[in-house]
Write a protein that binds this ligand. Sequence first.
Ligand code: PMP
Length: 422
Amino acid sequence: DKLTSQEAIELENKYGAHNYHPLPVVLSRGEGVHVWDVEGKKYYDFLSAYSAVNQGHCHPKIVDAMTHQAKTLSLTSRAFHNDMLGKYEKYAAEYFGFDKILPMNTGAEAVETALKMCRKWGYEVKGIPENKAEIIVCENNFHGRTTTIISFSNDPVAKKNFGPYTKGFIKIEYDNLQALQEALENSNNIAGFLVEPIQGEAGVYVPSENYLAEAKKMCAEYNVLFIADEVQTGIARTGRLLATCGNCTCEDKNCSGTPEVKPDILILGKALSGGAYPVSAVLANDAIMNVIRPGNHGSTFGGNPIAAAVAMAALEVVREENLAENAYQLGIIFREELAAFAATNNLVKSVRGKGLLNAILINDTEDSSTAWDICMKLRDNGLLAKPTHGNIIRFAPPLVMTEAQLRECVAIIKKTISEFKK
Ligand code: PMP
C-alpha cells in the first residue's frame, strides 16, 4: 500500500533510530535534477544527497551498468578475484593520475583507510618511532563520524559522550599557512596533513587562493603526506574534476590535477558512484600504497563487481557530459545572481562557493532557525536544500542541470527569500 508523507514519517520516527533531523519531505522518485514526493509533488534537488548525485538521479547509463552487473555477479568478497575490479581500478587510477586505488564503500571508511595508510607509511618509510605518528587536521573539519574521525572533530554533537578518543591528531586553524608551518616544525613525528579543499559541512568555507598549493609545498618540504578529502568536493562538483585540480582546465579530458596541488593521498566517495551505490576509494602512488599488505585492511563489500561497474559508468558520465565544465559555468551564474540579490536584500549577507558547491549566508545567528525556516519555504516552492548552520544554506544541485533550469531555481530562491518573514 502507498503511504502518505505523514505515515512514512511516523513509521521512521517510531521504528528508526533518531540519528538524523530530515526536512519533512518524503521522496519516492528521482530523475536527473528532479525528485518527487509520495504525493507526486515535483522538486528541484538542491542538495544532491550531499554531493553524491552529481550525475543526476537514476542516470540511465549508471542504472544500466548496475542492473546488468546485479544480474551477472554482485559480490564475491575479496576472498576471490572478480573480472570487474581490475578493469575499474585501471580506469580510475588513470583517470585521476595515480598508480593505485584501494576500493572502499563509504566516505568515512575511506578517510579511516587513508589515516591508516598514512600512519603505516610514517613508520615504514619515514621512520617515525613506533606509536608516535601524528596527523595534522583542521578546525571545523568534517570527515565522517566513526570513532577515530570524531576524535578530531569540533562538533560537540558528533563528539560528546563518545570518548575515549583516538590519539595522534594535531588540530590547526584551516586556511592558515603559518599554523601549518608551526605544526610541521614542532614535531618530527608528523606523517600527514588531512584537509578538505573546501570545507563543505563547515558551511562551504573556501580557503584563500594559494592555500592548498602552499600547504602541499610545505608538506613536501617536511616529508609529510598531503591528504585531500575530496569526498564532497571531488568528481566535478567544484567546476574541476577535483577541487585540487587548481587552475587547470577540465576541457582537458586527461586532467588529473596540477602537480602543485596534487595530493599524495586522494580520498573519494559520494559521486564516485553517482549516488547509485555506496562506493568510495583511496588513491595513491606505489611508494605509499605499497605499505598496505594482505590482511592490513579490507571490507567484504569494498571493490565488489556492482560497485566497480557503477563507479566506472559514473566516471564515464562525468567526462561524456562535461560535468566539470557545466558546474564551472553554472556556478559563475549562480554566484553572480545571488550576489546581486544579496546587495538588494537584507536577509542575505553573501554567497560563496566554487562550481556548484555554494552557500548563502543569512543575516542571523548560527543558532537561529532562520536558515531552516527558509528551507521549509523553499520546499513549499518546489526546491529542496538544507542548512549547514542556523544562518547558512548550502546549494548543491546535480551537475546535469541546464542553464535554463538553474535560472528557474535562482528565481525560486529569490522569490522565496523576498517573501520570507521571520
Ligand atoms: N568527508 C567529507 C569531506 C564529507 O563531506 C563526508 C560526508 N558529508 C564524509 C567524509 C563522510 O562520508 P560518508 O557519509 O559517506 O561516510
